[in-house]
Design a binder for this molecule. Sequence first.
Ligand SMILES: *[C@@H]1O[C@H](CO)[C@@H](O)[C@H](O)[C@H]1NC(C)=O
Ligand SMILES: *[C@@H]1O[C@H](CO)[C@@H](O)[C@H](O)[C@H]1NC(C)=O
Ligand SMILES: *[C@@H]1O[C@H](CO)[C@@H](O)[C@H](O)[C@H]1NC(C)=O
Length: 309
Amino acid sequence: MRKTLLPLLGLAAHLSTVIISIHAGLATAVLENQTRQVVVFWGRHKDEGSIREACDSGMYTAVIMSFLNVYGRGEYHLDLSGHPLTAIGDDIKHCQLVGVNVSLSIRGNYDSLPSDQSAALDLLDHVWNAYLGGSLKGVRRPFGNAKLDGVDLFVERGTPAQHYAAGVLARELAKRSMRSGARKPVHLTATLPCAFVSRRRIDRGAAIKTGVFDSIHVRFYNSDDGHTDCSMYSEQVWDWWAAAFPSSRIYLGLPASPEAAKEGYLYPKSLYYGVLPVVQKAANYGGVMLWDRYYDKASNYSSYVKRWA
Ligand SMILES: *[C@@H]1O[C@H](CO)[C@@H](O)[C@H](O)[C@H]1NC(C)=O
Ligand SMILES: *[C@@H]1O[C@H](CO)[C@@H](O)[C@H](O)[C@H]1NC(C)=O
Ligand SMILES: *[C@@H]1O[C@H](CO)[C@@H](O)[C@H](O)[C@H]1NC(C)=O
């Protein structure tokens, strides 16, 4: 108990020092293009509290449930780390009522996202009928009649299959939500490793390049691809992203505490003075994405991010 508490207390003390010095007005960063959008991932830890509690914290503008795992051959599995499913439908509606968007993130295990038309349409049918506006008889809806606001594509590496699935999903979701006469279109986002884009390979993802995504969350942590150093935030890489996807809102994806990722954590001071003033220069800056609710609840990192994003 002691062992785990002490570093947390140390961190809390550190964080409050930062706040005091900022409030002392020594120097204030110029943040004039704030969007105040903070997106958090939820569903990776059973003891992170309910999604309703996350929405009621007032820290987030959107919550992304993770994950719907895709195994190929029409096999899907919703994995919310043991959160009881019964209450989630009502919790989702509650979140929407208090103005927080709720999406579901789809993760393919490496190459298992569909790379052909019929498999991609199969995935789309499943997501549409189980979580969105569809109501096909015989398809179980884990959250009952709650309808999610959006779908997120969580990509581990930039494989062609994943680009393909993204393109088909985006196109078909847009068509269906239009046909169904839904009041709001399905919000389509992608969460990508920062190394997905590099100076020479900006066009790796033809589907993704077409601007099908409303928002793109760029993971500036845990570099998982050798092409670009993405172990943490880099101004140059941020600029590549902002330039590569001018019609999507680009989010800065960060770990919510030093424990939340191997690399990439930014202390509030660096975030405020070093990083946000730079990323907010981009005309398509979207906000900040945090990984994840469990770590954020312990660190309270979003209490800074909420004010500065
Ligand atoms: C919430 O979702 C709607 C679509 O349902 C979208 O228009 C809006 O931009 C989303 N807002 C955020 C903060 O994600
Ligand atoms: C605000 O955004 C515009 C582009 O949209 C940019 O030219 C300007 O430098 C930004 N201001 C700051 C303080 O980042
Ligand atoms: C987190 O920050 C908020 C806003 O600054 C504050 O009200 C709350 O008490 C903090 N919670 C913890 C656990 O430190």
